[in-house]
Design a protein around this ligand. Structure first.
Ligand SMILES: C[S@@+](CC[C@H](N)C(=O)[O-])C[C@H]1O[C@@H](n2cnc3c(N)ncnc32)[C@H](O)[C@@H]1O
Length: 375
């Protein structure tokens, strides 16, 4: 039987059962089964259908008659069945994560589902009305176990994260860029934005988060990101490419060991967690993020001491040193700057009111504090 004969057959079948618009209904079923648009039915009218395709069409005709339902309604009901099943699976996933102590269990479940489905989280609800195939279900299971049982951070499971609105690739060799660090980036941006041809050094670049964002936001700048970890530097380069950042380069360096030039700005978010606090960190952080990125294995001030001591050599006159600091470190870091002949020009709080950014300047002159925004 050729396609056109099948359309005719289906139309007559539906007419017999008093369906309104039987031709239209017949076309809908057949175009759905053959994955053609309705016009395609008439451009392929000589197509010979397989037994399976004919059986599938018969199955739909039979169901429409039995349920006295139009094709659209039948599909809608089918979708709402899927939705129910999928929503149930989403709820089970949330509970699984919650039982394993995952704080953001709701959000993380949605990330897992939307990643497995290859859709944006805001379209998840639409995607959940479709049947989930076995690959998607396996992917959901894999990610859920990693997040729940193994407490792997969601960013590492997804393999990417956003920082300052830019996409970043993430793996276990780099610190996941935190929103706290966006405050530091914002300050650096305002410090440098109306200067010409500035050179910036980012010490402990990790994923390249600070370097890449400053490179994107400050087209007038040339940025060098340094890190002691070669694996981190690989990721930083990937992220610079991902964001098509042309004015950023990376180099392996133990703090200043491979740095030779002078800069308008030295920025750093160094490993600042004291050894004893490191032991108390969340499982996600302690077991999955690089220890080298988190702690100095001492009192938390090793990098601040070392960088402030040497910064004078690598800063131009009037150049800035900007640090992210731990929740209780701003005062001591400010003292370190003063001891090393840097003038503290700004301490910036996070949204919770904790001082998290300390900025100093190498200058005898008064700094232009108005250019430094506060929160
Ligand atoms: C807290 S992470 C910051 C990563 C990134 N800048 C950010 O803000 O998301 C600190 C980084 O310092 C690097 N690091 C640790 N010791 C270092 C050293 N002696 N010299 C240079 N970088 C170092 C780590 O590898 C890590 O990437």
């Amino acid at each position: 039987m050729e396609l056109l004969e099948i359309v005719k057959f289906a139309e007559e079948y539906l007419l017999k059962y008093s369906f309104s618009k039987p031709r239209l209904e017949a076309e809908k079923i057949i175009s759905y089964v053959l994955n053609l648009d309705r016009i395609g039915l008439y451009t392929n009218f000589e197509l010979v259908l397989s037994i399976e395709e004919k059986n599938e069409i018969k199955k739909y005709l039979k169901r429409m008659v039995e349920e006295n339902s139009s094709f659209d309604k039948l599909e809608k009901n089918k979708n709402s069945d899927f939705k129910e099943v999928n929503m149930e699976l989403l709820e089970k996933t949330k509970k699984y994560l919650k039982d394993y102590g995952v704080e953001e269990y709701k959000l993380d479940s949605e990330y897992i589902f939307s990643t497995a489905l290859g859709c944006n989280r805001s379209f998840l609800s639409i995607q959940l009305s479709k049947e989930l195939n076995i690959e998607v279900l396996n992917e959901i299971k894999r990610m859920t176990i990693l997040r729940g049982k193994f407490r792997k951070p969601i960013q590492q499971i997804l393999g990417n994260w956003e920082f300052y609105g830019y996409p970043f690739k993430i793996n276990e060799n780099v610190l996941i860029p935190r929103s706290d660090t966006e405050i530091l980036v914002e300050q650096c941006k305002f410090l440098m934005m109306d200067k010409i041809d500035v050179k910036i050094l980012d010490i402990g670049t990790g994923s390249g988060a600070i370097s890449v964002v400053l490179g994107k936001e400050l087209s007038n700048s040339a940025i060098l990101g340094v890190d002691i970890s070669e694996e981190a530097l690989k990721m930083a380069k990937i992220n610079a490419e991902l964001n098509n950042t042309k004015n950023v380069s990376f180099r392996k360096s133990d703090i200043f060991s491979a740095v030779t030039e002078t800069y308008e700005l030295i920025v750093s978010n160094p490993p600042y967690i004291p050894k004893d606090e490191y032991e108390e960190l969340q499982i996600e952080v302690k077991n999955h993020e690089p220890k080298l990125a988190l702690t100095d294995n001492g009192d938390g001030y090793f990098f601040y001491e070392k960088i402030t001591k040497e910064a004078g050599k690598y800063l131009k006159e009037g150049g800035y040193l900007a640090f992210e600091v731990g929740y209780n470190q701003a005062e001591k870091v400010s003292d370190l700057m003063i001891q090393n002949k840097l003038k503290v020009v700004k301490i910036v709080n996070d949204y919770g009111g904790k001082a998290r950014v300390v900025i100093g300047i190498k200058s005898g002159e008064e700094a232009d504090v108005n250019k430094i925004i506060g929160l």
